[in-house]
Design a protein around this ligand. Structure first.
Ligand SMILES: C[S@@+](CC[C@H](N)C(=O)[O-])C[C@H]1O[C@@H](n2cnc3c(N)ncnc32)[C@H](O)[C@@H]1O
Length: 355
C-alpha cells in the first residue's frame, strides 16, 4: 500500500468503537472527516485506516465481507466507519488503537456544494440554517464551535435595542455584555456600589447602570479609564495589543450614559484614581483593561472592597489575546478562597465569600 501522505490530511483517533455484527465494528466520524462512499459515488472516500499504527484494508469493502471475513477490511460509508481488525478480534475490546487518516474537503468545495444544494438560506428553517452554518464554521476552522442556536440572548429585544445603540452592526463581545447584564441581577439586594475599570465607550457600563435603575437600589457606578486607550503592554502581555488602541473620549462616555445621574467618571491611568473610592464597598466590579499590570492593580484593589456575595468579573480572562490579564487575575486570587469560574462566553468571575 502507498505510504504517501497528503499534507492537508489529518489523523483522527477513533473513539466510541462498537461491535456491529460478526467481525464488523463501527465508529462515527466527525463531519469534517471528508466525504464517505455513498450510492452515487461508492469510492468517494479517501480515508485510510491504521491499527496500532499499521495500515490495514482494503477500503470500500462490502459490508457483508467486513462482517464475515474481517481481515482489516473497511468501508467509510457516509458519516460512519465500518471496519474489522486484522486478525478477527473485536476492535471494540481487543485493546488496539485505531486511527484514520483523511483529507477534509476544502472549505470552498464544501461550501459550494452546500450552496448548490440549497436554493436560498431564507427557505430553510432556523435550525437548518444553524446546521449549515455550524458545518461551514467547522470546515473553515476545524475546532471552532459556533454557539448553540435558539438561546434567550437571540430573542431578547430589550437587550438588542440597547446593544445596537453602541454597536449598530456587530460585535463579538455581545455574549459577554449579555452575561454581565444578566449576572448583575444576582447583586440586586446587596448594599454597595458598582465599578467598571476600562469602560471604552460605555457599553457594558450602560448595562450595569440599567440594572441599578431596575433594582431601585441607591448606588453609584464608578468608571475608571485613561480615556486615552491602553497603556503600554508589558512582557507578559504578548504581542496582540498596542499602546493607545481602544481610545474613547470622556465626553462620548458622558453622553452615552447621560441618563444615569449616579455614574461617576474617574479619568486617569490605573491605579491613579482608585483613592477616589478608597472608602466605598462594591457589589459588582467589571475589569476590562486587557493588560497585565492594570488588571493586577484592579483585581487587588477591588477584591478587598468587594462585599460578601459580590461579583468580580474579568472580561479578558482566558483569551489568547490577553495572557497578561489572565495571569494577573490568577496571581492576585491564587491565595484567596474563591474559585475562578470560567464563562462559556469567555471571561471569568468570582463570587466573594464571607471572610
Ligand atoms: C476593551 S476596552 C473596554 C471595553 C468596555 N469594558 C466595554 O465593555 O465596552 C479597554 C479599555 O481599557 C482602558 N485602559 C487600558 N489600559 C488602561 C490603563 N492602564 N489605565 C486606564 N485605562 C486603561 C482603555 O482606555 C479602554 O477604554
Amino acid at each position: 500500500m502507498t505510504a504517501l501522505i497528503d499534507t492537508a490530511a489529518r489523523l483522527i483517533a477513533l473513539a466510541d468503537i462498537r461491535t456491529e455484527e460478526g467481525r464488523c465494528a463501527t465508529a462515527i466520524l466527525p463531519s469534517w472527516a471528508g466525504r464517505g462512499d455513498h450510492m452515487a459515488e461508492p469510492q468517494a472516500s479517501v480515508l485510510r485506516l491504521f491499527e496500532n499504527g499499521r495500515e490495514i484494508g482494503p477500503a470500500h469493502s462490502l459490508h457483508s465481507d467486513i462482517r464475515g471475513s474481517g481481515g482489516g477490511r473497511y468501508s467509510h460509508w457516509e458519516g460512519m466507519l465500518f471496519f474489522s481488525s486484522s486478525d478477527g478480534t473485536p476492535p471494540a475490546s481487543n485493546g488496539r488503537f485505531y486511527q484514520v487518516l483523511t483529507t477534509p474537503p476544502s472549505p470552498s468545495a464544501a461550501l459550494q456544494s452546500m450552496i448548490l444544494s440549497t436554493s436560498t438560506m431564507a427557505e430553510l428553517t432556523d435550525v437548518q440554517q444553524h446546521t449549515i452554518l455550524s458545518s461551514a464554521a467547522s470546515l473553515i476552522a476545524p475546532g471552532f464551535i459556533l454557539p448553540d442556536h435558539g438561546r434567550q440572548l437571540e430573542k431578547d429585544a430589550e437587550f438588542h435595542a440597547a446593544f445596537r445603540r453602541f454597536f449598530p452592526d456587530h460585535s463579538n463581545t455581545m455574549d459577554r455584555k449579555y452575561a454581565v447584564w444578566q449576572m448583575a441581577q444576582l447583586v440586586d439586594r446587596l448594599h454597595g456600589d458598582m465599578a467598571e475599570v476600562g469602560c471604552y465607550t460605555g457599553a457594558t457600563s450602560w448595562f450595569m447602570a440599567d440594572r441599578i435603575v431596575r433594582s431601585g437600589m441607591p448606588r453609584s457606578l464608578h468608571l475608571f479609564d485613561s480615556f486615552a486607550g491602553l497603556s503600554q503592554p508589558g512582557e507578559k502581555d504578548g504581542d496582540y495589543w498596542q499602546e493607545g488602541v481602544l481610545s474613547a473620549g470622556e465626553d462620548l462616555v458622558r453622553r452615552n450614559l447621560a441618563e444615569f445621574p449616579f455614574v461617576h467618571l474617574h479619568a486617569g491611568w490605573v491605579p491613579d484614581r482608585f483613592p477616589d473610592v478608597d472608602d466605598r464597598r462594591f457589589v459588582l466590579v467589571h475589569i476590562d483593561v486587557d493588560l497585565y499590570q492594570p488588571t493586577k492593580d484592579s483585581t487587588a484593589f477591588f477584591y478587598e472592597r468587594l462585599v460578601p456575595g459580590g461579583l468580580m468579573i474579568c472580561d479578558d480572562y482566558g483569551f489568547r489575546s490577553c495572557p497578561g490579564a489572565t495571569a494577573a487575575f490568577d496571581e492576585v486570587l491564587a491565595d484567596k478562597p474563591e474559585p475562578i469560574v470560567n464563562l462559556s462566553t469567555g471571561g471569568a468571575f468570582i463570587i466573594k465569600r464571607p471572610s
